[in-house]
Design a protein around this ligand. Structure first.
Ligand code: NDP
Length: 277
């Protein structure tokens, strides 16, 4: 797939639903106008995948921008997530309905458990299965699940999560998790692919960027794509939204991919689920 990657590339999830490999993250797009402008810019630039969550407080604006774009709903892949306070069977069903209402959409493409809340996440998964069976969402998955959490889920349910969305970049190259997900046909999706900007000035990364005549952000995005990950960089700025999408006219050589893998330093710029029981 790598060779022919384009902004329209998709991956088939384990239930056959197709997810665009490249999308727009929306965390910290708080203000309504900021969110709407960013999403409209992204859709204009060819993005067809938007990642939001109840906790980002912008579902309403995401939905508004999607409708304002004039692009048919079925051509845009929308992910939202179940917040931690909404775990539990009935609460999860209710929270899903509220997300749908805020987005003003008739279905969600991918609904994720945002975080593996202790003690109650398995019950929540039952609600996710029901939403899937009833066609309220096209795929269900999890986020911030480590191997242990995934193993537990695979034991209690025949519904394998379609996606696990986790922090993943060369500075946090979670190879074992990636292998586990591949083995069980769980698509790994990377958040914070740009390290939230923390490593964009790293001289090691810059030297790769210079060599490929690309920016550090573009190298990080392309690296994720070449690992067959789904990647959702966030930017509120039209210029960077374009820059982040301009990653389909080059490819990183195999030896350079390996060199980037070796940047691993266990850096986490978001929350760390390692010790969640
Ligand atoms: P990213 O790694 O995508 O980095 C976003 C930051 O980088 C912003 O500050 C942005 O600033 C800046 N940026 C974007 N493009 C460039 C560029 N080309 N050059 C320099 N700086 C740039 O971090 P996120 O935390 O936003 O992760 C991506 C998405 O993943 C989120 O938006 C969210 O949708 C999802 N996510 C999910 C989580 C989960 O628990 N499931 C946790 C965290 C994120 P600016 O906007 O000003 O351009």
């Amino acid at each position: 797939m790598t060779k022919d990657l384009s902004i329209d590339s998709i991956i088939a999830l384990n239930n056959g639903v197709e997810i665009p490999v490249f999308g727009l993250g929306t965390y910290r797009m708080k203000d309504g106008a900021e969110t709407r402008t960013a999403i409209l810019s992204a859709l204009k630039a060819g993005y067809r995948h938007i990642d939001t969550a109840k906790s980002y407080g912008n579902e309403k604006d995401v939905g508004e921008a999607i409708r304002a774009s004039g692009i048919p709903r079925e051509r845009i892949f929308v992910t939202t997530k179940l917040w931690n306070a909404d775990h539990g069977y009935q609460k999860a069903l209710k929270a899903f309905g509220k997300s749908l209402k805020r987005l003003e959409l008739s279905y969600i493409d991918l609904f994720l458990i945002h975080w593996p809340v202790k003690g109650i996440r398995d019950e929540t998964w039952r609600a996710m299965e029901r939403l899937l069976q009833e066609g309220e969402c096209r795929a269900v998955g999890v986020s911030n699940y480590m191997i242990r959490h995934l193993g537990e889920l695979l034991e209690i349910s025949a519904t394998i999560p379609a996606v696990n969305q986790v922090e993943f970049h060369p500075y946090l190259f979670q190879e074992d998790l990636l292998k586990f997900c591949r083995k069980h046909k769980i698509q790994l999706e990377t958040y914070c692919p740009l390290t939230r900007g923390r490593r964009l000035d790293d001289p090691k990364l810059r030297s790769f960027a210079d060599r490929y005549s690309k920016t550090p952000a573009q190298i990080l995005i392309r690296w994720a794509l070449q690992h067959d990950l789904v990647v959702i960089p966030k930017s509120s700025h039209p210029g960077r939204i374009l820059e982040n999408a301009d990653v389909f006219d080059f490819s990183i050589a195999e030896e350079d991919m390996k060199a980037l893998d070796s940047f691993h330093e266990n850096l986490r710029v978001s929350w760390d689920p390692t010790n969640v029981q």
